[in-house]
Ligand binder design. Structure first.
Ligand code: PAF
Length: 284
């Protein structure tokens, strides 16, 4: 496995693979890798001849300086896991390598036909512009055959699919296949996340109520309306000491707009467990 820190070396290696006619699987990450990432990487390694993984805590997608500062950084441990999974190339640049000073300060807005105006996009203004800025940059450098993303970040996945299929950037990326992979959960049901590392043991127990409530809501959905289930999920989670729902929205899984129908519905939740912001979702 080779660890690459410069964009020029990344392009050189990726271009060499493309010239040799090899298929490239790519998994972009922000590090602090867990079993959820490992599931994407295993799939990328098994479905492609070469596997590239990026490990970069992207500053432009954080709208909260403290969140950026506290985001776990565990490159040495991550590299061991990546090597054991059979990854060929890891791209781990510094922020200065990734962005010029002007790019860091640049304020731009992509148009995602409203997909970015709800839920995470509403709560974290600018977040998805930062995600698309970095993912599009990485796609340009790697030119992957397939790129893998977790369904835990349901809205992110929808926006990246839109970017590849329909946005102004689509012409650059029309040959990239975007693969969504199922949420990986701890035995307790808690959705795996790099942010879980910041939970105390007690908070980890408390956070289990999030997935438990989402699973219970599948039953409620058999008899109740969307509005009633939405409210019941919020009330049930908020009733747990230490949990505070930021939003729970039952939306259409393609448009991400609120829906009254159970057809194609997905419920997306963000909950503060102490200071840690956790997200999860469930398809009805
Ligand atoms: O999901 C993530 O970890 C990040 O948003 C991504 C896609 C690696 C972009 O920084």
């Amino acid at each position: 496995m080779q660890i690459i820190t410069t964009k020029s070396e990344l392009t050189r290696q990726a271009s060499a693979c493309i010239r040799q006619g090899k298929t490239i699987g790519f998994v972009p990450t922000m590090g602090a890798l867990h079993e959820g990432h490992a599931s994407l990487i295993r799939r990328a390694c098994s479905e492609n001849e070469v596997c590239f993984v990026s490990v970069f805590v992207n500053p432009t997608q954080f709208n909260n300086a403290e969140d950026l500062q506290k985001y776990p950084r565990t490159l040495e441990k991550d590299a061991e896991l990546l090597e054991s999974l059979g990854v060929h190339f890891v791209f781990a640049p510094t922020s200065n390598e990734m962005y010029s000073a002007e790019e860091m300060a640049e304020s731009f807005e992509f148009d995602f036909d409203g997909l970015d105006k709800v839920m995470e996009g509403k709560m974290r203004p600018g977040h998805f512009n930062g995600v698309v800025q970095v993912v599009s940059r990485l796609f340009e450098l790697v030119c992957p055959t397939r790129a893998y993303f977790g369904e835990k970040d349901f809205q992110q996945l929808a926006i990246i699919r839109y970017m590849v299929e329909r946005s102004a950037l689509a012409h650059n990326f029309k040959n990239i296949q975007i693969i969504g992979c199922p949420i990986v959960r701890e035995k307790s049901g808690l959705a795996m996340s790099s942010r879980n590392e910041r939970l105390s043991n007690e908070e980890r127990q408390t956070a289990v109520a999030i997935s438990k409530t989402l699973i219970a809501s599948m039953e409620w959905a058999k008899t109740d309306t969307v509005a009633a289930v939405q409210q019941r999920v919020i009330d049930t989670i908020n009733a747990v000491d230490g949990l505070d729902v930021e939003y729970y929205a039952i939306v259409d899984k393609s448009t991400l707009q609120p829906t009254n129908s159970w057809k194609n519905a997905v419920g997306c939740v963000t909950v503060f467990c102490g200071p840690v912001r956790l997200i999860d979702n469930i398809l009805y």
